[in-house]
Design a protein around this ligand. Sequence first.
Ligand code: GUN
Length: 289
Amino acid sequence: MLLDGKKTAAEILNEIGVSVLELTKSGKKKPHLAAVLVGDDPPSEMYVRAKIKACAKVGFDSTFIKLPNTISEEELLNKIDELNNNNDIDGFIVQLPLPDHITKSTITLAINPAKDVDGFHPENIGKMTLGLPGLRPATPAGILELLKRNNISTEGKHCVVMGRSNIVGMPMSILLAQKASPGNCTTTICHSKTKNIVKYTRSADILIVAIGKREFITRDMVKPDTIIIDVGIHRKPANTEKGYILTGDVAFDEVSSKVDQITPVPGGVGPLTIASLLLNTLKARTKKF
Ligand code: GUN
């Protein structure tokens, strides 16, 4: 069965739209999201444009800031400072990856945690880890919404998270292990140094794949009653108008007919990340967590 991220994301966007109407009806300012893109990597630009488009859909103000690949770290930090101090901007993101001459952690640390709607700042990661209110990393928070809104119980389940990135795998594993709902999972993290990875993928009740390897998970690696969340997104050369099709970290065609539920790519985690980002922006605007 298809686990429809797009549908769940649309529900969330509708709810956000209602909240925006309530804000504006009572004479309050709409949420305003800014997105910074450095360079012109086509997939990154596509993602940022999708985020800006979603803002229009829910009635947010948005600002798209495109900076050249040659910008120095100092210039980017100046731009961040400007956004931190601009009272009209409630939240902003700096799209990753960044060019090699810019240190990601320096940029993450420079963002005001109260405006960090990606939820990447150490203050927000710390609050998440301790279960305190704060802005949660957008993709893991979106996956929790997907599980909750589709009545997928997680308590006591074995959840295997593949990948230990700061933006998906690491926070996802922490959130799922927490005493919360969704949560209360027995959680395993697998990564590039894990031995006998199939032993873990085959024992997963819920398998969250965020390793950035196209169609890595194959039919023989999963058990039939598993639920799969595919975080990967790749361009696979194909005879189409664009010259490619989008695929995930899971070989969808062979795996989907075997397992209980699976998110597609596209139409799975991508729209949830966007919905979750907008939810964080609404929270940053209203200070309600
Ligand atoms: N690159 C890939 N995913 C993300 C994300 O969620 N936020 C940002 N800022 N960059 C990304």
